[in-house]
Ligand binder design. Sequence first.
Ligand SMILES: Cc1cc2nc3c(=O)[nH]c(=O)nc-3n(C[C@H](O)[C@H](O)[C@H](O)COP(=O)(O)OP(=O)(O)OC[C@H]3O[C@@H](n4cnc5c(N)ncnc54)[C@H](O)[C@@H]3O)c2cc1C
Length: 369
Amino acid sequence: MPELLTEDQQRLAAKTQSFAETHLLNLDAQLSRESRAGIISAAREAGFFAMTQPKEYGGSAAGTLEMTVVRDVLGACNAPHQHLIFGPGPGVLAGADGELRESHLAPLLRGEKRAGFGFTEPDDASAPTSAVADGDAWVVNGQKSYVTGGSEADFINTLVQIPELGPALLVVDSNAPGVTVARRFESLDGSHHAAFAFNDVRVPKSHLIGKPGEGLPRAMRQIGDTRLAIAAQCTGLLRWVDAYLSEYLLGNDRSGKPRGSKEGIRLRYADARITSFAVRSMVYRTARLADAGENIVNEAIACKVMATETIGNVVDNAIQLVGGNALVAGHPLERLYRQVRSLRLAEGGSDVLRLNLARGRLELNKGRI
Ligand SMILES: Cc1cc2nc3c(=O)[nH]c(=O)nc-3n(C[C@H](O)[C@H](O)[C@H](O)COP(=O)(O)OP(=O)(O)OC[C@H]3O[C@@H](n4cnc5c(N)ncnc54)[C@H](O)[C@@H]3O)c2cc1C
């Protein structure tokens, strides 16, 4: 076992595989409300739902390696709707104190309220979203252009600028007067988003997460936590593509010979395996470092860039080798191609992450090879 998993971790991998086969494979792209509820309930019963939730709220707060194993296996099954099996994590509300814990964090973790994350702003915004103190409230003005799940969100964890005090995170209820959904849209991967406008929205002072000035590091930590998760999912997807391609190349082409008998095809196939091996190795190493309490900010960045770019290249290459059939709507490679493209932008675009990585070494002397 190259990942050197303990018996417990191997059991977790087998349980995940069996869950995916029973509950996730062969589902339609659009789920009915009942099917969705059925998956969530089965995931609760099997213990997956609690893995992403803190112990103090009844979760099991799984370690990074355990989460990596689960995401890797789900990816390797190319299971649709796999995000449904995890309960909502605290996100930027982790460590929220006072009223926010009861009014927003607890219902979020119980699945009674949904949150969105408002960070990205439109290119043509005249000024960044701001919050100005007025009596017992912050008055918020501005726009957020890309809030995933924004239309269904009960509240948006919003990055705002407080004049003289700096960036902060505020919980803005979606139904507060002055909050409007300016646009709803779907991206290439099929996920749904909304753009918001805030006009003189009065937000209670108690809705500030942490202190003024802490907004950016808190937002970055939340984004940082998701980077290794994305890389782990890509690790599994790479295994799925490898299995698909191996089977395809062992089959015969029109001449009656195995498709994989041509050297040119073997070279491309080998490249896919080499880079997939590199991704899997670095993701598992980083997960172990995280569980050992090491700072993995730079390593998670490296994993996210490498894993998302590799899956993009590998799927593209696989489509080339399979040919036109792979582009027919509904073909698993066609679906995967659309699904993985967004990963190079969401949670930090590749080039922006590269700059962060270089800064980590050159200015902060952080990170390892
Ligand atoms: C599926 C999906 C879900 C998303 N969900 C959310 C969400 O829930 N909440 C949210 O707030 N946002 C969300 N986003 C938005 C996402 O965070 C941004 O798209 C991403 O951060 C890039 O920002 P941008 O689109 O404004 O592009 P820009 O910042 O304009 O960057 C575009 C490109 O310009 C180049 N570039 C930009 N800055 C630099 C630089 N400093 N140095 C070198 N090159 C640079 C890079 O090539 C970069 O990819 C989501 C995006 C996607 C695709």
